[in-house]
Design a protein around this ligand. Sequence first.
Ligand SMILES: *[C@@H]1O[C@H](CO)[C@@H](O)[C@H](O)[C@H]1NC(C)=O
Ligand SMILES: *[C@@H]1O[C@H](CO)[C@@H](O)[C@H](O)[C@H]1NC(C)=O
Ligand SMILES: *[C@@H]1O[C@H](CO)[C@@H](O)[C@H](O)[C@H]1NC(C)=O
Ligand SMILES: *[C@@H]1O[C@H](CO)[C@@H](O)[C@H](O)[C@H]1NC(C)=O
Ligand SMILES: *[C@@H]1O[C@H](CO)[C@@H](O)[C@H](O)[C@H]1NC(C)=O
Ligand SMILES: *[C@@H]1O[C@H](CO)[C@@H](O)[C@H](O)[C@H]1NC(C)=O
Length: 489
Amino acid sequence: MASSASLVLVLFLVFAGEMVISLGIQRSNTQNNKGEGTVAPMEEDELLALFEVMSALLEDTEWAQAHPQPCTDTPWPGIECEVSTTDDPPIFHVTKIHIGPDILSPPCKKSAYLSQSLLKLNYLKALSLFNCFVDSSQVTLPNNLFGAFSSLEHLALENNPSLSGEIPTSLGDVGSLRVLSLSQNSLQGSIPSKIGDLVCLEQLDLSYNNLNGSIPKEIGNLKKMTILDLSWNSIEGAIPHSIGQLQLLQKMDLHSNMLVGNIPHDLGNLKRLVLLDLSHNFIEGPIPETLSGMEVLEYLIIDNNPIKGRVPLFIGKLNKLKLLSLSGCELNGPLPNYFFSLKNLTAISLGNNRLSGPVPKVLGKLPNLDQLNISYNNLSGVLELPEYFITKLGKRLDVRGNHELCTSDDDDEPNRKKNSSSYLGIPSCLTMVPRSGNSFAGGPVEDPSEIKPSWYNSNNISSCSSLLKEDVHVILFTLLLNLVWSPVL
Ligand SMILES: *[C@@H]1O[C@H](CO)[C@@H](O)[C@H](O)[C@H]1NC(C)=O
Ligand SMILES: *[C@@H]1O[C@H](CO)[C@@H](O)[C@H](O)[C@H]1NC(C)=O
Ligand SMILES: *[C@@H]1O[C@H](CO)[C@@H](O)[C@H](O)[C@H]1NC(C)=O
Ligand SMILES: *[C@@H]1O[C@H](CO)[C@@H](O)[C@H](O)[C@H]1NC(C)=O
Ligand SMILES: *[C@@H]1O[C@H](CO)[C@@H](O)[C@H](O)[C@H]1NC(C)=O
Ligand SMILES: *[C@@H]1O[C@H](CO)[C@@H](O)[C@H](O)[C@H]1NC(C)=O
């Protein structure tokens, strides 16, 4: 506490540079105080507590003997100290403990555990243990591990398969926490609602655990949050409306859970959101049009949810969008034409829906599009995508499983076309014979020799009548684009 309020000289451990980089934390004004003779090494209590914490984790039984002055003369790569000038004489405190494969291999001993002596390291700002608890004997997070006197800002316990049990509610008392990452452990139970007390929290990552229960509505109190990742758990219930209060949120990843209900309208308030991933849940549509408020959204990923209905219109307003993924959402209706305004789109995934009607030509004109998956829908007509586009995308263009879609024939290089037809997994329109009872997009084909979908000659307006029933505006627009952009029809 005192140290954070005061001017702090940071000891630079010569070889700790690697670790500083690995934690992604930059230190400025670092200097080596060793040998200046003005600072006492450490308080006895704090030093002993550090020895206990380390011996509970490390194999090395000689650690304390080998590092009697871990802040000065006998440093260790995973430990950082700072010297507090408010103490007289100035004194060193342990501010950071990190153990992971970058420091030791294996990082921790088989019977490693978290010593209660952590409570005595009141100046500790960062604790990170990666790949530490990997033995079959289960380790839990003690309820009284971090108290209200803690200065902990950064707690990262990641990739510890034997770390199980529940997230202790007492973590809600560590008001200084800015980063809480408990990713890739075996934590169970629900997310404590007391997490809503961590008002300084900027990043919460609980991904890859076995958490259940619902997302506590108190999460809406965490107004400083920029990253929220609860993916790969078994979290149930609906997304709380209060998440819409997290105005600074940039990343919200809730994928692969068991979330139900609708997407709250309030999410449209998240004006800084860059990534929204709700995929692989049981969320139902419609997707609210208010989401157009996510003005800087680049990644919209909602696949594999029972959304139903049309591809939402508001997506055409998200002009920073790079990735749109709505596959497996039971969507119907036409493929929208607004993609022309989404110049930054690099990937579109709309496979495994019930989309019908033509494939808009505009898709082939998106300058950055590098992945297009519209497979397993009910799309029909001539696939009018430019050959260079088809070649550029290669396997990243997936149009399979659309039984009434065919590749065009009016090309100077029919052999190449045939190739792309078999390559794309859909027939060439030349060879496509309508099956009885089936129809092309333009309605029933009376004459078997007429193999082009009737809307193909799109200057014949009357032939669009059956499509007009589906969606007047969108189809009219397709027509317009066909007329404007097709040199020869
Ligand atoms: C959550 O999981 C725990 C143990 O894994 C179980 O005891 C509890 O009943 C579950 N809660 C819910 C709401 O499913
Ligand atoms: C598209 O991306 C480029 C480069 O990332 C960026 O400069 C530009 O502003 C983006 N366009 C839009 C409409 O956001
Ligand atoms: C396209 O999407 C479908 C359905 O979602 C999927 O099965 C397929 O693997 C995807 N194709 C490619 C090339 O990724
Ligand atoms: C057919 O298409 C594939 C993929 O675009 C390409 O690798 C191959 O060379 C083509 N074959 C011929 C004969 O053009
Ligand atoms: C496919 O679309 C056509 C209209 O284009 C419609 O008549 C047909 O019922 C659709 N099939 C399925 C399986 O949705
Ligand atoms: C336009 O379509 C209608 C109905 O399909 C057809 O009877 C007519 O001959 C077509 N006109 C032209 C110019 O192709």
